[in-house]
Design a protein. Sequence first.
Lengths: 155, 122
Amino acid sequence: MAEPKPLTIAQLFTGLVGRNVSFTQLLKPAVTGAKRAYGVYLVKPMDTIRVVQLDLPLLGSFGGALLGLPSDTAKERIMASTVEESMRDAVGEVLNVASTIVSIEHRAVFQSMYLDEASLPKTITESLKNPAYKSYFSVAVDGYQGGAFSIFAPI
Amino acid sequence: MDVLLVDDSKTMRMLVQRAIRQAGYRSLSFGEAENGVQALETLRTEKPTLVLSDWNMPEMSGIELLQSLRKGGNKTPFGFITSESSAEIKNLAMSNGASFLLTKPFNPDDVQAALEPILEGC
């Protein structure tokens, strides 16, 4: 599978949220201890699954920047037990736009978003234990909390 | 209504509206729909200068909306703003009568370049 380049991903998110975003590729996943969120994509025409896993505060940073919220407010809203509609909609759009870097060769269509690991379907949780492809990044967002971002192609 | 924005994301409808205003079209009026079905309903009574639609939406996608409009003889200029970026999708859009396809994320310059030929004078 062709790998998305960190600069390409950074440009995508910088363009989307209007803040400087940088992606640094890592050999191993960054250990941040943060709760995680997931975006699940269907890659056409084979209908294979691809998954983006990212720190929940990082997803909140992207959503907050889109909505023009201060960093602290963005973090507070994404970490709330019930995420309010505007933040849910904004982070959903962030994951939707991410579909363009999830697959380089084929069309990826954003399917669903999970804001906690417990709600992820078991089949996906299992397949993430030994993915055929994995790509790890550390992300910084100007003025907001950064975090870990990974792309997986489950077997 | 000058522009009908069709997107299931309220955030994206807001961002598109903001980008259009930043591109210099400050006096345009906007209508909004969450999917193709709602857009068709709106277009029964409204005649906007432009329909700007997302591609993937629940109930009725953007391409289904465009096909339905053209089949019914509606020639309103139609553009896509979508995360879909493949040549296949772009060709499908154009062959069904779309005026342009802008890929998300977009900036006001992209928006202006796409809209200028259609909204000239607005």
